[in-house]
Design a protein around this ligand. Structure first.
Ligand code: NAP
Length: 323
């Protein structure tokens, strides 16, 4: 098998390519960059594309996928596309309309994976991030077990092939897994995961329940400081990662991506730069030794680049739990 087509099989029998192309960019980045980058990523072999309603680029990402189908590079079934249900649509009756909106923007008949973006409900409306006059987020309190029944129904209708969650802690996952009448388990939990936040306990929990951990910010992000916690060290400048990279004649970025794959995770890598998009595909060209893996495990220091601090105080704020 071509190593580039390496996949994991989650609990519902569908396959997820282990390397995914991330498409989130701050608002000021022209959406045309998402279009061009996604097309290029598919041309050079990415088969898993990650986006979300929140990123406001599903129109362009969908266009990129459709254009690569139209020119014969891929067939629809070769592409694994993930979309996400945003926090303002966690009330069960809002889930299907939200998914249909994404499908309409994408101009696709189905998504491969639909995940609840975050367990933190926000009040429904036109604002992505609804705030009161004092600038505080306006929370919506929704029972996650009720929310979960809506993606289950959407899956039965064939709109997503698989369903999962994102940014859930193990207690929130447990709540879903223990829900009376559960029809489908989440196939994945997409969470921040990199050598500085290696999520070893959450990973163990997920593995024990046959849930795939999908790692985002695997390169330590680098999104603009106002969006992520910028007091943190830069992951790709870590001396241990650099030394391992040097030894393998690779880059720290590739070592960080390879680390996730060898732990059994699915890993996302965002780049809108052709050279780096190409570089990230080289993750299949080398292997880390058990000693390398151990040394990288040793870098964990529970640093979160995306801590969603504004949501602290919400009863479902996920990051107060140890894992
Ligand atoms: P990331 O993949 O950790 O890092 C992306 C940054 O690294 C970009 O600044 C990129 O810059 C740079 N980069 C990419 N390849 C590189 C390489 N080989 N060498 C050096 N730098 C490189 O960060 P992310 O975008 O925050 O996360 C990845 C994806 O996960 C997102 O795009 C999104 O799809 C998803 N995500 C999900 C959630 C969630 O809540 N579920 C949250 C955040 C992100 P260039 O573009 O200039 O190359």
């Amino acid at each position: 098998m071509d190593p580039k087509s390496q996949k994991v099989k989650p609990n519902d029998g569908h396959f997820i390519p282990v390397l995914g192309f991330g498409t989130y960019a701050p608002e000021e980045v022209p959406k045309s960059e998402a279009l061009e980058a996604t097309k290029f990523a598919i041309e050079i072999g990415f088969r898993h594309v990650d986006s979300a309603h929140l990123y406001q680029n599903e129109e362009q990402v969908g266009q990129a996928i459709r254009s690569k189908i139209a020119d014969g590079t891929v067939k629809r079934e070769d592409i694994f596309y993930t979309s996400k249900l945003w926090c303002t649509s966690l009330r069960p009756e809002l889930v299907r309309p939200a998914l249909e909106k994404s499908l309409n923007n994408l101009q696709l008949d189905y998504v491969d994976l639909y995940i609840i973006h975050s367990p933190v409900g926000l009040v429904p409306g036109n604002e992505f991030v609804p705030k009161d006059e004092s600038g505080k987020l306006i929370f919506d309190l929704v029972d996650l077990c009720h929310t979960w029944e809506a993606p289950e129904q959407c899956k039965d209708a064939g709109l997503p092939k698989s369903i999962g969650v994102s940014n859930f802690n193990h207690k929130q996952l447990e709540k879903i897994l223990n829900k009376p009448g559960l029809k489908y388990k989440p196939v994945c939990n997409q969470v921040e995961c990199h050598p500085y936040l290696n999520q070893s306990k959450l990973l163990e929990f997920c593995k024990s329940h046959d849930i795939v951990l999908v790692a985002y910010a695997a390169l330590g992000s680098q999104i603009l400081p106002e969006r992520v916690n910028s007091n943190n060290p830069v992951l790709l400048e870590d001396p241990v990662l650099s030394a391992i990279a040097k030894k393998h004649k690779q880059t720290p970025a590739l070592v960080a991506l390879r680390y996730q794959i060898q732990r059994g995770d699915v890993v996302l890598a965002k780049s809108f730069n052709k050279k780096r998009i190409k570089e990230n595909m080289q993750v299949f060209d080398f292997e880390l030794t058990p000693e390398d893996m151990k040394a990288i495990d040793g870098l964990n220091r529970n640093i979160r680049y995306y801590d969603f601090q504004q949501a602290i105080g919400h009863p479902e704020y996920p990051f107060s739990e140890e894992y």
